[in-house]
Design a binder for this molecule. Sequence first.
Ligand code: BGC
Length: 735
Amino acid sequence: MKSLKMLLSLLLIGLCADLAVAQTMETRDMEHRIDLLLHQMTLEEKVGQLVQYNYGDVKNPEQLVRRGRIGSFLNPPADAGEVNDLQKIAVEGSRLGIPLILGFDVIHGYKTIFPIPLAEAAAWDPELSEQAARIAATEATAEGIRWTFAPMVDIARDARWGRIAEGAGEDPFLGSALAQARVRGFQGEDLSDPQSVAACLKHYVAYGAAEEGRDYNSVDISTRTLREVYLPPFHAGVEAGAVTLMSAFNDLNGTPASANWFTLTKVLRQEWGFQGFVVSDWNSVGELLNHGVAGTPAEAGAKAITAGVDMDMVSGIYADHLVELVRNGTIPVSVVVRAVRRVLRVKYALNLFDNPYTDTRRAGREILNPEHVNFARKAGTESIVLLKNERHLLPLDKSVGSLAVIGPLADSPYDMLGSWHARGNPKDAVTVLSGIQHTVSPDTKIRYARGCPITGDSTAGIAEAVDAAAVSDVALLVVGEGADMSGEAGSRAHIDLPGVQEQLVRAVVNTGTPVVLMLVNGRPLALPWEAEHVPAILETWQLGIQHGNAVADVVFGDHNPSGKLPVTFPRATGQEPLYYNHERTGRPPQAENKFSSKFIDIPIGPQYPFGYGLSYTTFKYSNLQLDQSSIGPGGTLTVQADVTNTGDRPGEEIAQLYIQDVVASLSPPVKELQGFSKISLKPGETRTVTFTLGPKNLGMYNQEMKDVVEPGEFKVWVGPNSTAGLEGAFQVVRR
Ligand code: BGC
């Protein structure tokens, strides 16, 4: 309890700062209404606002609501009418009529399921991500959901970690841009709009840095890495107006995220001025006992609320112990009041007090409407990454004589949805086989063979697949991971093709029929044999309900692929965690030097680098120009380059800008993405891409953890991925 006392004194300092910001930012009217309400609330009713249960796990939810003992349910019934009935008990049947906030994991679509977030990140298109989130919000709110546990903005540098599927990949700059876009999409221009959902930035923080990439495992990283890599997308999301955050399962350097005053109060409230509320992750308050930082549930509850966890997801500890903790003097009532105020602010912002019910006619009109479904197809096509295309095997002609469509994922609707597919239904999902059947000419002969299961060791179907490939003009091989092999608790120790799929791939390739490999997966895979021996490879991820149509659009050239990898693809699992923006070693890898930083059993570097992706056309970069050769530490500079479509079909290119601080007080990363621009070019057309660099891009956290721009030389590259591009340089000088 000693550490708790320390936390409490820090907290009082925090409380003052918190209220001061509130006065300036929130409308006085809302704060006034909250004050009036708080005055009327009993301690039990206050605590009730901080309690969240899983709807299906509660025996008598109506009674809890009527007595004001609950502020929120997650996973409510999938029916606006039923949700309205529940809300009616809160609004009309409880003493103070405080509405419920109903939360659900709407991660990449509600019923219209979009590409998994990692896939969508490959589009490098904030507008597209915003629109997808907006559609998801529209559909979810049509069934009474006003709060989504998304976006997941965890940076993931380790492909073994299954939850890499749920975020935007390994880079804080891209991750921040997409975090903001998704918050804007979910929350819309106005949270009070009945089609807006409150966003929840999760999992705060550094959950993606779990040791071994093993889910829920400990995290031990420097404060510098925390500030430079893991915090930025959360900060960006807060700046975009996200009204809630979720505290993570993991410990961070020994302090569990759900009892971490430094991250939850010092950084989030005092440095960033966050006004909304923090919900714990599922039972993460209860798990403080497993972490070994609390001896009793009461102590766990005291630590969590004191650190800054406002709402307790499912552990029941706040419900069972907070009243007593206040009454026996362990927790000042002001701590509870503060948390309640934050929850009520969000309920007000959603306009739940004045408009608590959902128009039950909306679901029929809005869910899965054709516009949404078409957008899922577009998002799918933009998310596909062309990794290899020898001798222009792709795109295929729609009147190709015969195709063999092979693989355990070629006709598996459920697996197209990916993890966390909300209320997505496999019956709405278009598989690769059906997408292709609908696209090719009626004369094309299609032979389908599953070949083998996704996991397991049965090779019984391989012979049939080989026969189909041997007599077809082209074989389309659809292999990878099932939907449940990534996402939560989906860590893998071997990130290659599961089961006997590699055997299937080798057997089909050995027929001599040209093969297009299509990967379906929720993480980078290590496929060195395929990268060398298969002529064409498409990274198709898990694209949601329009998977098969999006793939067909790309395979037959109706859409020219433009996606770029938001994560590094390794050659072997043993390279993980593998990421492009690593610090510099004293012995950089050199092929001819054994005593340099490398493995002795694989070539140097990744299989496919961050930012990589091909097109059916080609692009040339030229004419790099910097408008100044030197700037002051607070100055800005413009960087331009010309990009020309040198091929014979229109295409989109994602031009990327990287920088390197050449010499700094702490070893700087080899490269850092600081700009990107997606442009469309007709054959022969040239366009200029323009980027601005300023203190936000050039700064680094120094030894004192101050964000500073240090004078000296900076290199800059503009190019097609993190390993190529035109190089320039400029100086930051003290003025
Ligand atoms: C996950 C969260 C999710 C929550 C509620 C937890 O197990 O870690 O991401 O939002 O469950 O479903």
